[in-house]
Every structure is written in structure tokens, then in C-alpha cells.
Ligand binder design. Structure first.
Ligand code: GDP
Ligand code: GDP
Length: 435
């Protein structure tokens, strides 16, 4: 499973600078899509081949001065759910009472905590170590988030403690399709899962994981065995008071990570919120298949549905490929169609196409709309082969192909998706410069 690292610390120590540095290598695919909401809270990073998630807990409160020295309930939950915590302090400002109090809280959690002394680019490493050692969090790591010094070393040490498991192995261990049911609190996730369970036979009892894991619910849908990842179930038991705390960002991310298809439940009574855009963005970034389930459609008339469909496309333009299903988890309407859509998306995500067919399609697609000239030359797209699946990845070989502009790559993606009859899955276009 992808390790999750939470960044904690008082305001202005450089958490978001560190967050940005750690997540800078994010997928070009996502960055190029207009309308993708950049998630301030959670980002995907990579150290070499090693993926990880980072959570910036500073973004959880918008810094509240009232909370000085205290860790907000939300940040605390993120720290508890994370695999490791990095406490960030300001090396130039020196140790403060707030740092001490946050360190005390973190020591009580029993999580591995690393101490990053930021803004240390011009500081004497030995002095920094001596200054901050008393926090009792082991050796302080002098870093400079804005310059990048020491960040990779720290990260390597943090990640060294976690098993580097092969995602392929997990796939083989469980050949059943895996669908994650995600969405904001009260979107209707539990109601949907109960309905799917109610109509089908439960083949084994759900396995609860640790608090931050989603519950794996094996079911037979449409005569096929599959696994639902339930991100809503466990929190019912958790002692949470505020609505905002019910939503576990990390649980949602882990579910997206483990799923082949993400069923994003939108609350038909509330429309599309920022959180929905974040989740859709994460699904896209991970290359997952996606179905948008607009729930509570029993409360919507035809005009409202039409308006909502437009709102979904307008607010989530970067997942235009995802089918929209109007459902009522409560009365069951549309739930069969949703199941069918999820299977269709899964099928598309795993599709494989031979090189000869891809190359033939490439010729047609390019003939219909040739690439623009760049510096007086036009790229030549010679042939295409499939470089992977889930998501289908099409490698295009040719000359000058590395200079193709993002909108042309998008044209290629959409054209291939359409020509191959793929639904609900991103298609990755990779270019390979040749002679
Ligand atoms: P946050 O409130 O903890 O998220 O802190 P920010 O990331 O917003 O950073 C607060 C200020 O510290 C900004 O002005 C950053 O430019 C600055 N800063 C962050 N990292 C470094 C660093 O490594 N060195 C120096 N000199 N300044 C930094
Ligand atoms: P979760 O937090 O996403 O698991 O949401 P729940 O399944 O607990 O549902 C939240 C609230 O929405 C409950 O009061 C449900 O009865 C209600 N609800 C769920 N699905 C529907 C639906 O299809 N139509 C209507 N009208 N209400 C629904």
C-alpha cells in the first residue's frame, strides 16, 4: 500500500513549501488538464519509483491563530491515519513553546515522527541539531524546502521503514474487479452499499481493516463476484463530532489506490463541491476508471437533472470521459445501470489493442487533424503500440513527437478513446522520439 506522510507544524514554518516540493513531480497528464483542482491538502509524490502520499495539515484549518500550539482535531486525525509524520519547525526562528507542545502531542500518538528543521540553508548543521534535539523526536533533520537541500535524504529515511510491495502481486492475489465507493459525507455511500448488499448475496463477511483502511465488501453483482471498497462504514463507529471530520481524506485515497474503478457519489441535493473535484482529480491522477453517480435523484425533477448534468460537466471538465448515472440509493432506481456502467468501465480499463490496429487508427486520427507546425517542422507520428493497461496507455513513436502541444495530446487521447469504444477510463498518451 502507498505510504501516507502527514506534515505538521505551526504556521509559517514551511509546510506548504515542503508539500509543493514533495509533490512537484506530479503527473504531467493532470497538470495539463484545464480545470483540475490542485489539492492543497493531499498530493502524490514519487521518490525514484516509489510512490507516496503527502498530507499538508496546514491546509486543513487555513491557519487559525486561535489554535496556536494546539493540533486541530483534523490535523490530529490525519497524523493518526498517516504511516509517518514529519514535524516541521523553523530553524531560523529557533525552538518555540508551540513547537514543544506540538511535539508532545505527536509523541503521544505512537506514530513514527521525523523532525525536519526547515529554512536551514544557511545554518550550521551541528547547531541546528543541538538546538532541536530536546524535542525528543530523535535526530533533527536540517532541510531547506525552498532550496531543496536535505529533502530527498529525509524522505528516503522516512520511506525506508515501509515495505515496498509490488502492486502487481496484489492484483494477482485477487482477480475480482474492485470498485471504490467514495464521496463526501452524506452523499449516500452507506445507503448504496447496503442496497447492493441487500439485493445480492453476501459471499463472505466484510473484513474490517485498521481505522484508516476502507472495508472490503465482497459481493456478487450482475452474477459476477467483485469487491466494494467501503469508505463510509467504519467512521460510523468512530467518535467524531463535526461533519468535516467525518470525511477521511486518507481513507478515500487508499480506496482510490486499491480500486480499478472509482464510483464517485455526488449529492444530488447539494451539487458538485470542491471536495468532489478533489476526489475526481485524484482518481484521474491515479489513472483509475471513474463513474459519476448522482445520488438522491428521487428528489430531482427532469429540469433539475438536466441542470445538474451540466453542472457536473462544467465543474469536472477534466473527467469528461466518465459516465454520469442518476441514481437513488434509497429507492434503488438507476442502481442496476450504475453496476453495469462500473463493469463496462472496468472492462475498458483493462482493454488491450494490438499494435497493427492502434497504428491504423493513428493514421486515421492524424489524417483527420494533423499536428500543428512547431518551429517550421511538423511532427511525424509513425506508429503506436499499447504500453500498458489500467489505464490504457498508448505509446506513439515518431519524430518531433515530444513537441506535441497538450491540446493535441488531448485530441489524440479523446480520439483513441472514441475509436476504441472505451468508456470511463483515462487514456494515457506517451510519446517516444525516434529517428
Ligand atoms: P506553512 O504555513 O507552514 O505552510 O509555511 P509556508 O510554506 O507557507 O512558508 C512560510 C514562509 O517560509 C514562506 O515565505 C516561504 O517562502 C518561507 N520558506 C519556506 N521554506 C523555506 C526554506 O527552506 N528557506 C527559507 N529561507 N524560507 C522558506
Ligand atoms: P454516506 O455518509 O455517504 O454514507 O451517506 P448515507 O448513506 O449515510 O446517507 C446520508 C443521508 O442521505 C441519509 O439520511 C440517507 O437516508 C440519505 N440518502 C441516501 N441516499 C438517498 C437517496 O437516494 N435519496 C434520498 N432522498 N436520500 C438519500
Amino acid at each position: 500500500m502507498t505510504p501516507v506522510i502527514a506534515l505538521l507544524g505551526r504556521p509559517n514554518v514551511g509546510k506548504s513549501t515542503l508539500f509543493n516540493r514533495l509533490t512537484r513531480s506530479r503527473d504531467a497528464l493532470v497538470a495539463d488538464f484545464p480545470g483540475v483542482t490542485r489539492d492543497r491538502l493531499v498530493g502524490a509524490g514519487r521518490l525514484g519509483e516509489r510512490p507516496f502520499w503527502v498530507v499538508d495539515t496546514g491546509g486543513m484549518l487555513g491557519e487559525d491563530p486561535e489554535l496556536s500550539g494546539k493540533v486541530s482535531a483534523q490535523a490530529l486525525m490525519a497524523a493518526q491515519e498517516a504511516d509517518a509524520v514529519i514535524l516541521v519547525v523553523d530553524g531560523r526562528g529557533g525552538l518555540t513553546a508551540d513547537d514543544r507542545s506540538i511535539a508532545n502531542t505527536l509523541r503521544g500518538l505512537g506514530q513514527p515522527v521525523w523532525l525536519a528543521v526547515n529554512k536551514a540553508e544557511h545554518l550550521d548543521t551541528e547547531l541546528v541539531r543541538a538546538d532541536f534535539f530536546e524535542l525528543g523526536l530523535g535526530d533533527p533533520w536540517p532541510i531547506s524546502s525552498s532550496h531543496g537541500h536535505g529533502v530527498a535524504d529525509l524522505l528516503e529515511t522516512v520511506l525506508a521503514g515501509f515495505p515496498d510491495d509490488e502492486p502487481a502481486a496484489a492484483e494477482e492475489a485477487d482477480p475480482r474487479p474492485v470498485f471504490a465507493v467514495v464521496g463526501r459525507p452524506n452523499a449516500g455511500k452507506s445507503t448504496l452499499i447496503n442496497r447492493l448488499l441487500g439485493e445480492q448475496r453476501l459471499i463472505e463477511s466484510p473484513l474490517p481493516g485498521t481505522t484508516r483502511d476502507c472495508v472490503r465488501v465482497p459481493v456478487v453483482l450482475d452474477g459476477r463476484e467483485c469487491v466494494l471498497l467501503d469508505t463510509a462504514g467504519l467512521r460510523r463507529k468512530a467518535q467524531v463530532h463535526e461533519a468535516i471530520e467525518k470525511f477521511s481524506v486518507i481513507k478515500t485515497l487508499q480506496a482510490i489506490d486499491q480500486a480499478q474503478v472509482v464510483i464517485l457519489m455526488l449529492d444530488g441535493e447539494l451539487g458538485v463541491g470542491e471536495q468532489d473535484a478533489h476526489i475526481a482529480g485524484q482518481a484521474l491522477q491515479r489513472g483509475r476508471g471513474l463513474v459519476l453517480a448522482v445520488n438522491k435523484s428521487d428528489t430531482l425533477d427532469d429540469a433539475a437533472r438536466k441542470a445538474l448534468r451540466m453542472e457536473v460537466r462544467r465543474r469536472l471538465p477534466f473527467v469528461e470521459f466518465a459516465p454520469i448515472e442518476f441514481i437513488s440509493a434509497k429507492n434503488g432506481r438507476g442502481v442496476k445501470a450504475l453496476t453495469k456502467a462500473a463493469f463496462a468501465v472496468q472492462h475498458s480499463a483493462l482493454a488491450r489493442t494490438p499494435t497493427s490496429e492502434l497504428t491504423r487508427l493513428l493514421e486515421t486520427i492524424v489524417a483527420a487533424n494533423p499536428p500543428p507546425m512547431a518551429a517550421g517542422r511538423r511532427a511525424k507520428l509513425r506508429y503506436a503500440h499499447q504500453g500498458g493497461h489500467a489505464p490504457p496507455t498508448i505509446v506513439i513513436h515518431g519524430t518531433q513527437v515530444d513537441k506535441l502541444p497538450p491540446n493535441y495530446l488531448r485530441y489524440l487521447e479523446n480520439s483513441f478513446r472514441e475509436a476504441l469504444g472505451l468508456v470511463g477510463t483515462p487514456v494515457r498518451i506517451v510519446t517516444k522520439q525516434g529517428e
